[in-house]
Write a protein that binds this ligand. Structure first.
Ligand SMILES: [Fe+2]
Ligand SMILES: [Fe+2]
Length: 166
């Protein structure tokens, strides 16, 4: 669902090498950053439709696809790229990367830079950014819940054996 709209407004992003490279970076569990961004874009469209929100579809889709365009593996820490504060800094990194390759409208920029609100303190300034912020949290919640279910089922937490005694 929503593939047609994604292709209509963002085929250049979907087909680009850098966007495709995000399938090599894990977001949560075994979901890649590429899958996560597509999922956030589709969820944003579902929110638009469910609540009949009048918004700019092109900006909504392109901002959602690029909201996590940070292009590194945030699970790996090394001296050159310490990603411990990933939550705070990745929106800025995503925005810089996206600006190098695409013309971004002010709405798309707001989506990318504010999607971690309330971590960003300053709230979103347009309805498109509010929608993506909520869609991102919803998708991240589902991805995390699925990991936790997997952890309990496999009986392992942080690599250690774990038994539910209840
Ligand atoms: Fe993010
Ligand atoms: Fe995200």
């Amino acid at each position: 669902m929503y593939e047609d709209e994604l292709q209509k407004y963002a085929n250049d992003i979907l087909m680009s090498e850098n966007f495709k490279s995000m399938r090599d970076f894990i977001q949560h569990g075994n979901m890649s950053v590429q899958e996560h961004c597509i999922s956030v874009a589709k969820t944003s469209l579902a929110i638009r439709d469910k609540y009949n929100i009048d918004c700019n579809t092109r900006d909504l889709i392109r901002g959602a696809l690029l909201h996590d365009y940070f292009l590194y593996d945030w699970h790996k820490n090394d001296k050159l790229s310490p990603h411990r504060l990933h939550g705070f800094f990745h929106p800025g990194r995503a925005l810089r990367n996206a600006r190098k390759e695409y013309y971004l409208s002010s709405r798309q920029e707001d989506i990318i830079i504010k999607h971690m609100w309330p971590l960003t303190v300053v709230p979103p300034m347009c309805r498109e950014a509010w929608i993506v912020t909520m869609a991102d949290k919803y998708c991240s919640f589902l991805e995390t819940v699925r990991i936790q279910k997997g952890v309990i089922h496999t009986g392992k937490i942080h690599g250690k054996n774990f038994r539910n005694r209840n």
